[in-house]
Design a protein around this ligand. Structure first.
Ligand SMILES: Nc1nc2c(c(=O)[nH]1)N[C@H]1C(S)=C(S)[C@@H](COP(=O)(O)OP(=O)(O)OC[C@H]3O[C@@H](n4cnc5c(=O)[nH]c(N)nc54)[C@H](O)[C@@H]3O)O[C@H]1N2
Ligand SMILES: Nc1nc2c(c(=O)[nH]1)N[C@H]1C(S)=C(S)[C@@H](COP(=O)(O)OP(=O)(O)OC[C@H]3O[C@@H](n4cnc5c(=O)[nH]c(N)nc54)[C@H](O)[C@@H]3O)O[C@H]1N2
Ligand code: SF4
Ligand SMILES: [Mo]
Length: 684
C-alpha cells in the first residue's frame, strides 16, 4: 500500500493537502496531511468523505448525448470520438453561420487548480476566437474594492492570527467556509483575544463568538464609516502610520466626520452603544485582525464596502503587527503568470466579453450580435448557482443553443446539455495550486487512474484543439509544462522554491518570514505605494475617491415601493455540508442538511401566520421557491435566510434560492448581488 498526497481543489480558502492510501490502484482511505502547517491533519466535514464522491455510483463515467427534451436529463452513452466530433462539427457550424464569438465558454471554480481553473481551456477558446467570459460570480466586487485601498489581494498572514488580540469575522462564516483558520483563532483566544462576528445571521461562527453584531445586510460600509468617526473623534488613530504609509488621511477624516454613530445606527440596525463600543475596542486592542469575507461581497455596494473597511487597519496602525491588519484573500501574494498560462496573446483584438453573472440575460438577448449559439460549461453549475434562475433556465432551454457540459455528476446544468463529458476528481489528475486563505503553493499528482472514461479539463481542451485543427504550439503543452509556465520563478516570493522541490516536497510556503506582517513598513502595491485612503484610480473610473457608503439596491430606503410589497431581506449563504452546489446531491450530506429551510424570526413568522416546520413559499417578481420554515431568532427581524446551494431538482417545486435572486451587478467589479434581494414569505 502507498500513501500519496493530493490537493483539495474545491473553492475554499483552505486548499488542504490530503493523504490518500492506495492499494492495487484503488484509493482506500483519505485524511488531512498531518505535516502540513495549515491543514494540520484534518479535512472538513465534506471532503472527509471524498471517496464516496470518487467512487459514487452516480458519477458520470462516459460521454453522453441528449435523447430527451432540453432540461429533461435523458441521455444515451456515446464514445469520446463521437462526442469530440460532434462538438467540433457544431462549433464549426456556429462559426460559419454566426462567427466565432457566438461560442461562449462558461466556467468558474469547481476546480481551483491553476491548470484546471484556467489554462488549456482559455488557450483553446481564445484560439477559436470565442467570446470571453468575465468571471464575476464570487469575488470580483471585493477584489476591486480591496485593490483600490490596499493594491492587491494580500492580507495578514493567516497563521500569524494567533498573535492577534482582537479578531473580527466580518461577513465570514469561518467555522463552515474557512475551517482551517479556526484552530489559529482558538489559539489566539486562549492567549486572551476577543472574537466578534458581524453578520445578519447567527451563523455557526457567530454562535461561538464573544459578541455578535447582527447588522442589516449590505450596510457594512456605514458601520465602518462610523467606526472611523469614533476613532478620529476620540484621537485613537495612529498618526505616525497615517503620515508615513497612507495618502488621503485628511479627506477620510472629513468624510468620517459626517458619520456620527447615530446616522450609522439608523442604517445598520445596530445601536449607538454597540457601534461606539465596537469602534473603541477595535482601535485600542492591538494587534487587531479583520477577517472579511464574501458575505460582504454580494450586495450592490459591495465594492465600496470592502474598500471602506480595508481603510480601517491603516487608521489604527494594525498592519504594524504580525496577525494585525485585514484579510480578504491571499491569492494576490502568489506570483502567477496568468497571461502566459491562459495564453492572453491568443486573444483576437476586439473580442467581446460577456459577464457570467448575467448569463440569463446573455442567453435570452436576441439583440446580441452575434447571439450566443453554443455554450461550453465546465467547473460550474449555472442552472443552480447563477442569479435569476427562471431567466437562466429559459436561456439554457433554447432549442437553438448547443450546450456542452463537462462535470462529474448529472447536475441541474447537465440536464440541459446536448453533449455531456465526464470529468476526473483531484485523485485522478495533475495540478498546481495556490491558495486564497494561506501562503502555501502545492503540487498535486494523480493517485489513481481516471474512473470510467473521465478526463481532466486540460486533456479535454487539448483533444478538442487537435480535433478542430488548431495548430498553435501552446495548445499541445503537457500538464507538467503548463505547471512550469504558471509561475514567475524569478520572483523573490519563490526564492529557494523550484519546480523540482515542489515535485518532491508537494507543498511549500512562499518565501516570506514566519509571522509575516506584509505592510508593517508600508510598501502597498498601489499606484502611490501607499495605502490609498484617497484613490485617484477610483476617481478616474467615476467613483467617489474617498471611502463612502453605497446602499443596497433592494432595501427599505433605496426602494420603498418594492419594500412595501416585499418587506424581507433574503440572504442565502453556504450550508455547512455543501460547497456551493458541489456535494449537494451526495446522500450523506443531503441527510445532514435534511431539506431546504427558510429561517425566519418569530416576529416575522407570527405576522404571516407561519409556524415552525410549515412549508413556505418565498417569492418576489423574479420567481419563488419552496422550503420548510425554521422559526428562530438566528435570523434577525427583517431578514430571512435560506442556507444553500441545493440542486434545484432536489427542491420541492424544482427551484432553489436563486429563483428570487437578481442579475443586478455590484458598484465595483461587476459582480453578482446574491444577498441584495427583497422577498415576502407565505405559508404554501
Ligand atoms: N443563492 C446563492 N447563489 C450563489 C452563492 C450564494 O451564496 N448564494 N454563491 C456564489 C458563489 S460564491 C460561487 S463561487 C458560485 C459557485 O458556483 P460554481 O462555480 O458553479 O460552483 P459549484 O456549484 O460548486 O459547481 C462546480 C461544478 O464543477 C464541477 N467540477 C468539479 N471539479 C471539476 C473538474 O475538475 N472539471 C470539471 N469540468 N468540473 C468540475 C462540480 O462537480 C460542480 O458541479 O455560486 C454562487 N451562487
Ligand atoms: N462549507 C462551505 N464552505 C465554503 C463554501 C460553501 O459553499 N460551503 N463556499 C466557498 C466559497 S465559493 C466562498 S465564496 C466562501 C463563502 O464563504 P464566506 O466568505 O464565509 O461567505 P458567505 O458564507 O457567503 O457569507 C458569510 C457570512 O456573511 C453573512 N452575510 C450575508 N450578508 C451580509 C452582510 O451584508 N454583511 C455582513 N457583515 N455579513 C453578511 C452570511 O450570513 C454568512 O454567515 O466559502 C467557501 N467555502
Ligand atoms: S473544502 Fe476546504 S476545508 Fe474542505 S478539504 Fe477542501 S480545502 Fe480543506
Ligand atoms: Mo465563491
Amino acid at each position: 500500500m502507498a500513501t500519496l498526497k493530493v490537493v483539495c481543489p474545491h473553492d475554499c480558502p483552505d486548499t488542504c493537502v490530503m493523504t490518500v492510501d492506495v492499494e492495487n490502484g484503488r484509493a482506500l482511505a483519505i485524511g488531512g496531511d498531518k505535516d502540513h502547517p495549515f491543514t494540520q491533519g484534518f479535512l472538513c466535514a465534506k471532503v472527509n468523505q471524498y471517496l464516496d464522491r470518487v467512487y459514487s455510483p452516480d458519477r458520470l463515467l462516459h460521454p453522453l448525448k441528449r435523447v430527451g427534451r432540453k432540461g429533461e436529463g435523458r441521455f444515451e452513452r456515446i464514445s469520446w470520438d463521437e462526442a469530440l466530433d460532434t462538438i467540433a462539427a457544431r462549433f464549426r457550424d456556429v462559426i460559419a453561420r454566426d462567427g466565432s464569438q457566438a461560442i461562449l465558454p462558461y466556467s468558474y471554480a469547481g476546480n481551483m487548480g491553476l491548470l484546471s481553473y484556467g489554462s488549456m481551456d482559455r488557450r483553446f477558446f481564445q484560439s477559436l476566437g470565442a467570446s470571453l467570459l468575465d468571471r464575476t460570480i464570487c469575488a470580483s466586487a471585493g477584489a476591486a474594492g480591496y485593490k483600490a485601498t490596499v493594491g492587491k489581494s494580500i492580507g495578514f498572514d493567516a497563521e500569524a492570527v494567533v498573535h492577534a488580540r482582537f479578531i473580527v469575522a466580518w461577513g465570514a462564516n469561518i467555522v463552515s467556509s474557512n475551517v482551517h483558520l479556526w484552530p489559529f483563532i482558538e489559539e489566539a483566544r486562549r492567549r486572551g483575544a476577543r472574537f466578534v462576528v458581524v453578520d445578519p445571521y447567527r451563523s455557526r461562527t457567530a454562535e461561538k463568538a464573544d459578541q455578535h453584531l447582527a447588522i442589516l445586510p449590505g450596510t457594512d460600509g456605514a458601520l465602518a464609516l462610523a467606526m472611523m468617526h469614533v476613532i478620529f473623534r476620540d484621537g485613537l488613530e495612529d498618526r505616525d502610520y497615517l503620515e508615513r504609509y497612507t495618502i488621503g488621511a485628511d479627506a477620510l477624516r472629513a468624510r468620517a466626520a459626517e458619520w456620527a454613530p447615530e446616522r450609522a445606527a439608523a442604517i445598520t440596525g445596530l445601536s449607538v452603544a454597540e457601534i461606539e463600543a465596537f469602534a473603541r475596542a477595535y482601535a485600542t486592542t492591538q494587534p487587531s485582525a479583520l477577517r472579511i469575507n464574501y458575505g460582504l461581497n454580494r450586495h450592490s455596494g459591495a465594492g465600496m464596502a470592502v474598500r471602506t473597511i480595508a481603510c480601517l487597519p491603516a487608521l489604527t496602525g494594525a498592519w504594524r503587527h504580525p496577525g494585525g491588519g485585514i484579510l480578504l484573500s491571499s491569492s494576490g501574494t502568489f506570483p502567477v503568470k496568468a497571461a502566459v498560462l491562459e495564453g492572453h496573446d491568443l486573444i483576437r483584438p476586439g473580442t467581446r466579453t460577456l459577464n457570467m453573472s448575467e448569463i440569463g440575460r446573455v442567453l435570452n438577448d436576441a439583440t446580441l450580435a452575434p447571439p450566443v449559439k453554443a455554450i461550453f460549461v465546465y467547473n460550474s453549475n449555472p442552472v443552480a448557482v447563477a442569479p435569476d434562475q427562471e431567466s437562466v433556465r429559459r436561456g439554457f432551454a433554447r432549442e437553438d443553443l448547443f450546450v456542452v457540459v463537462h462535470d462529474l455528476f448529472q447536475t441541474d446544468t447537465v440536464d440541459f446539455a446536448d453533449i455531456v463529458l465526464p470529468a476526473t476528481t483531484t485523485l485522478e489528475h495533475y495540478d498546481l495550486h495556490k491558495a486564497y486563505g494561506h501562503l502555501y503553493l502545492s503540487l498535486s499528482r494523480p493517485a489513481i487512474e481516471p474512473v470510467g472514461e473521465s478526463k481532466p479539463n486540460t486533456e479535454v481542451f487539448r483533444l478538442l484543439a487537435a480535433r478542430m485543427g488548431l495548430d498553435d504550439p501552446s495548445l499541445r503543452a503537457s500538464d507538467a509544462e503548463l505547471a512550469r509556465q504558471a509561475l514567475d520563478w524569478s520572483s523573490p516570493l519563490l526564492k529557494g522554491i523550484t519546480f523540482e522541490r515542489l515535485e518532491s516536497e508537494g507543498s511549500l510556503r512562499l518565501n516570506v518570514p514566519a509571522s509575516w506582517a506584509p505592510f508593517a513598513q508600508g510598501g502597498f502595491p498601489t499606484p502611490s505605494g501607499k495605502c490609498e485612503l484617497y484613490s485617484e484610480t477610483l476617481l478616474a473610473q467615476g467613483h467617489d475617491p474617498v471611502a463612502t457608503y453605497t446602499p443596497p439596491r433592494e432595501n427599505r430606503s433605496s426602494a420603498p415601493e418594492l419594500a412595501a410589497r416585499y418587506p424581507l431581506a433574503f440572504i442565502s449563504p453556504p450550508a455547512h455540508h455543501f460547497l456551493n452546489s458541489t456535494f449537494s446531491a451526495q446522500p450523506a450530506f443531503v441527510r445532514r442538511e435534511s431539506e431546504p429551510f427558510l429561517t425566519i424570526h418569530p416576529e416575522d413568522a407570527a405576522a404571516r401566520g407561519i409556524r415552525d416546520g410549515a412549508t413556505v413559499r418565498t417569492f418576489n417578481d423574479r420567481g419563488s421557491f419552496l422550503a420548510t420554515a425554521q422559526v428562530s431568532d438566528a435570523a434577525r427581524p427583517g431578514v430571512v435566510v435560506g442556507l444553500s446551494i441545493w440542486w434545484s431538482k432536489m427542491c420541492p417545486g424544482g427551484r432553489n434560492a436563486n429563483a428570487v435572486t437578481s442579475q443586478a451587478l455590484t458598484d465595483l467589479g461587476a459582480g453578482a448581488t446574491f444577498y441584495d434581494v427583497l422577498v415576502d414569505v407565505v405559508p404554501a
